[in-house]
Design a protein around this ligand. Structure first.
Ligand SMILES: [Zn+2]
Length: 164
């Protein structure tokens, strides 16, 4: 029960980090499509516990953050952060690239043995037309958010003195 709750909390933390992160669209404006083929293993050679799935990234609104949770329910503080290598490869306009990452968590007091491998397939736009339309709009959205996030200044004629 406690671990279940921890997983829920971690997922929520991940989401708030994703919300706060820069947008993928701003980091790699020419990116058009991205899919990540994920394979997670439990570290044993026979690969008995193996999970494969494909994560399609919605390029238009995805954060420039690629964090995945560890699937081992007994793992504490685990997860994978693929952000740096994936974004670096996207900036180099690599169409297909792969990598691996070890879980940073601990299980039963020892480092978690889970390992994640990924194969990314990316598509990029040619020509500047779509980028030219997309960029000012993204900038306007950011501007609007910044305006609203700053608290309103002090308002004159405070009504509390007029009670008597
Ligand atoms: Zn783990």
């Amino acid at each position: 029960m406690r671990r279940n709750r921890e997983a829920v909390i971690r997922a929520a933390e991940r989401r708030s980090r994703e919300d706060a992160a820069a947008r993928l669209r701003d980091e790699v404006p020419e990116l058009r499509s991205l899919s990540l083929q994920i394979e997670e293993r439990d570290g044993s050679d026979d690969g008995a516990e193996r999970e494969c799935y494909v994560r399609l990234v919605v390029v238009e609104r995805a954060p420039a953050l690629f964090e995945l949770g560890c699937r081992d329910r007994r793992c504490q503080g685990g997860g994978y952060d693929l952000s740096a290598p994936v974004i670096a490869a996207l900036r180099r306009r690599q169409v297909r690239f792969d990598g691996r990452c070890s879980c940073r968590g601990r299980r039963d007091g020892r480092p978690c043995a889970h390992e994640l491998r990924y194969v990314a397939v990316a598509g990029y736009g040619t020509g500047g037309v779509v980028v030219a339309i997309g960029t000012p709009r993204a900038r306007a959205r950011r501007g609007a958010r910044q305006r609203w996030s700053s608290p309103p200044g002090p308002v004159g004629n405070a009504p509390e003195a007029s009670a008597s």
